[in-house]
Design a protein around this ligand. Structure first.
Ligand SMILES: Nc1ncnc2c1ncn2[C@@H]1O[C@H](COP(=O)(O)OP(=O)(O)OP(=O)(O)O)[C@@H](O)[C@H]1O
Length: 223
């Protein structure tokens, strides 16, 4: 149907003489909603960063290490999602005299992400879950068609996690997200990729994945 957004063929990634991804065969299409699952150390973050590098112009990344500027406010951290939309002077002006339309839009985004309405409070004074939502809101404020998230909901309570996951999926035509909750992956995503030891173990429709396959994927962690 549509042209591939990303196509990897026999793709391997090495660093410090270590191969972190091996022989990856992967095609991502513009309408894909893909969850990445697998045990800790499987290579999910590495793969997500490799994908982001390829399509960063069209994508917003919500990394595992949130990369917030703790001394700056919620407003300023969320605004950073748009830094590349404007020139340096515009951004500098906004640091000192926030633009009214950005204030309105960011306050609205904070409401949608159930963030406190104290948008001028430094993010260092927010809880871990609130900081994660600031990072999510920053990625959404970038207004890119592709959302790439590395465990972006891990610090949220179950109700909030599901509500925000549904919101992220509705906002972005393409979503690629690693999750440590396989049940969320199969329930909310159309396609699930299982990764282990840097290799793709399966890449299939969520409806075709059996509980046994997921058990195998994770039980290999101990072997
Ligand atoms: N910069 C690096 N240099 C060397 N090895 C690295 C580097 N980054 C990650 N690794 C190794 O690569 C492997 C994959 O790491 P990665 O963070 O991609 O896994 P992950 O599946 O995202 O894990 P988790 O679920 O714990 O976040 C791990 O064995 C890790 O130790």
């Amino acid at each position: 149907m549509s042209e591939a957004l990303i196509q990897l063929s026999e793709f391997s990634y090495r660093t410090n003489n270590q191969t972190l991804l091996r022989e990856i065969e992967l095609t991502i299409s513009p309408e894909d909603k893909v969850a990445l699952v697998g045990p800790s150390g499987a290579g999910k973050s590495t793969l997500l960063h490799c994908l982001y590098e390829r399509i960063h112009v069209h994508a917003a990344l919500c990394p595992q290490q949130l990369g917030l500027v703790e001394s700056l406010s919620t407003y300023h951290n969320i605004y950073m999602g748009r830094l590349d939309h404007h020139n340096a002077l515009y951004n500098l002006w906004n640091l000192v005299h926030p633009w009214r339309h950005h204030k309105t839009a960011i306050a609205q985004l904070c409401r949608e992400f159930s963030l406190p309405d104290r948008i001028w409070q430094p993010v260092s004074q927010l809880s871990g879950g609130e900081q994660q939502r600031v990072a999510l809101a920053r990625a959404c404020y970038a207004s890119k068609p592709v959302f790439i998230g590395d465990e972006p909901l891990s610090s949220l309570d179950p109700e909030l996690r599901e509500r925000l996951l549904a919101q992220l999926l509705a906002r972005h035509p393409t979503v690629i997200m690693s999750l440590h909750a396989p049940e969320l992956a199969t329930r909310y995503f159309q396609r699930v990729i299982g990764l282990r030891a840097g290799c793709i173990v399966f890449d299939k429709a969520a409806t075709d994945i059996s509980p046994a396959e997921l058990d195998d994927l994770y039980s290999a962690e101990i072997s």
